[in-house]
Design a protein around this ligand. Sequence first.
Ligand SMILES: [Fe+2]
Ligand SMILES: [Fe+2]
Length: 318
Amino acid sequence: MEEFVSGQLKYLKPSEENWQPQDWLPDMTDEDWVERVEAFREPAKGLSDAVLVVLVGDMVTEEALPTYQKLINGFEGISDETGTDPSPWAQWTRGWTAEENRHGDLLNKYLYLTGRVDMRAVELTIQNLLRNGFDPSTAQDPYKGFVYTSFQERATKVSHKNVAQLARAEGDDSLQGICSAIASDEARHEKVYTNFMSHIFEQDPNGSVLAFHDLMRSQVVMPSHLMQDGSGPDLFENFSAIAQQLGVYTAKHYGDIVEHLVHSWNVEHLTGLNGEAAEAQDYLCRLGSRYAKLAERSQRRQAKIEPRQFSWIFNRAV
Ligand SMILES: [Fe+2]
Ligand SMILES: [Fe+2]
């Protein structure tokens, strides 16, 4: 499918046309840099602890990019053997990484400049996450890999978009702009991974539906689920609970994404599938409504969660 992939490279923007982190940050070479930094910090003073926590969690997730590039480059048949392969697959993966790298970079600089979070605790979490890695259960299978990345890019898009809205509500317009810009990158990436998978569905519907099914049999693992700050084993769970509470990323979003992917790949209308694949199709078509019910239940549970402490915000509880 190299020709198809080649056609998708247009969704990567030329570097000169991409935004760069500096476009969103005070220019430290300006003579009045002190005033600029002060003006930049002012609205961030009004951000709630809960918003800071989800923002840090999102930033930590973005900063573990080396893990994700390694994962994608390990999918069978698409790897960049030399590091400068001219193949469309290798061009995509390098271009994707280069765009993604701006996300963690920008959020990291933003948080540093605000002076609102314990940067050392945050940096420690990033280092631990990179050391711990993550296993999305795709192995080296590119089918599962692209189902996973389609899911994950949509999940990050949703999450950054929702943080942008919260930033706006709490009066920080720079942060709103930053999170919206990142969300729009995620949307382009989501489109490409979903297109890769659509093409694979056309060529091999049986294999595709089985890969999709296998990945959805257990909960999709989030890229930062092994994050640690040394305070105990529950950091990711605590961060997820706040994201759920704020409505940034919830069980409902999870179910909606599954349903969206089922529709995007036209799973319900696939015909001529073999026995096992037909069962997988059936399972996938029911999955959205199953998650909708689970989401309702978890929404009720969320109402009663205890406050949790975060090292990122100097051990205050949220
Ligand atoms: Fe990203
Ligand atoms: Fe992404």
